[in-house]
Design a protein around this ligand. Structure first.
Ligand code: DX5
Ligand code: ZN
Length: 218
């Protein structure tokens, strides 16, 4: 799938939370395509992060799409708040949604791009009820919950299998750097989420270019 244009979505989880607006602008200027915001509730995953208030605070800061990754139980209770907050793209976990096709439709009818995420252990059959409706499938390449974990190569065959049947965005998230990113691209992924690799880099612009295959790693 080398003809796919590679998009990079920096995960703000690895940014300096005291300076989220500046960090958002910094990665926008460094060539980011989307801003990836990780929402965690302490139930679906054992960590807590941000809610709709932070999304609406960042909305005026950037012209880039806000790509909201909901790692929460009962996503149906909260999607409308994230839509109102200014999310452009909302990704829900298949494992968390009670009525996955219904929730996908609700987000799409609100005019937002909708994605469905799978934990590394969840098979792509879980996408079947909504595969025609979604704009993006997120195949987690770590167990969701924390930044800075090691990439799980066992997800690569799942990316290949999904790419055979799915023509829209395949996003990968977790442990992505220029090497693991290239492996996922060869398997068929086209949207790379990266937190640690971009924000811990001395040169985020070079890190983003390396993820896109447009230059050497920093
Ligand atoms: C993990 C989050 C990721 C995380 C990625 O549950 O969904 O977006 O921030 O961080 P890195 O790139 O550091 O693995
Ligand atoms: Zn994420």
């Amino acid at each position: 799938m080398s003809e796919l244009k590679i998009l990079v979505a920096p995960s703000m989880l690895a940014a300096d939370f005291a300076r989220l607006a500046e960090e958002t602008k910094r990665v926008e200027e460094a060539g980011a395509d989307w801003i990836h915001l990780d929402v965690m509730d302490g139930h679906f995953v054992p960590n807590l992060t941000i809610g709709p208030q932070a999304v609406s605070a960042l909305r005026p800061v950037t012209g880039l799409p806000l790509d909201v990754h909901l790692m929460i139980e009962h996503p149906e209770r909260y999607v409308s708040s994230f839509i109102e907050a200014g999310a452009d793209r909302i990704t829900i976990h298949a494992e968390a949604a009670e009525d996955l096709p219904g929730l996908v439709r609700q987000i799409a009818h609100a005019g937002k791009k909708v994605g469905v995420a799978l934990r590394p252990q969840t098979g792509i059959e879980a996408l079947r009820p909504c595969l025609e409706e979604i704009d993006l499938a997120l195949l987690m390449t770590v167990n969701p919950g924390f930044g800075g974990q090691a990439f799980m190569p066992e997800v690569l065959p799942k990316i290949e299998a999904l790419r055979r049947i799915f023509k829209r965005h395949i996003q990968v998230d977790g442990g992505i750097n220029h090497e693991t990113g290239r492996l996922t691209q060869s398997a068929g992924a086209d949207v790379l989420v990266a937190g640690t690799y971009i924000f811990r880099s001395a040169d985020p612009r070079q890190a983003i270019a390396a993820l896109k295959g447009e230059g050497p790693p920093p």
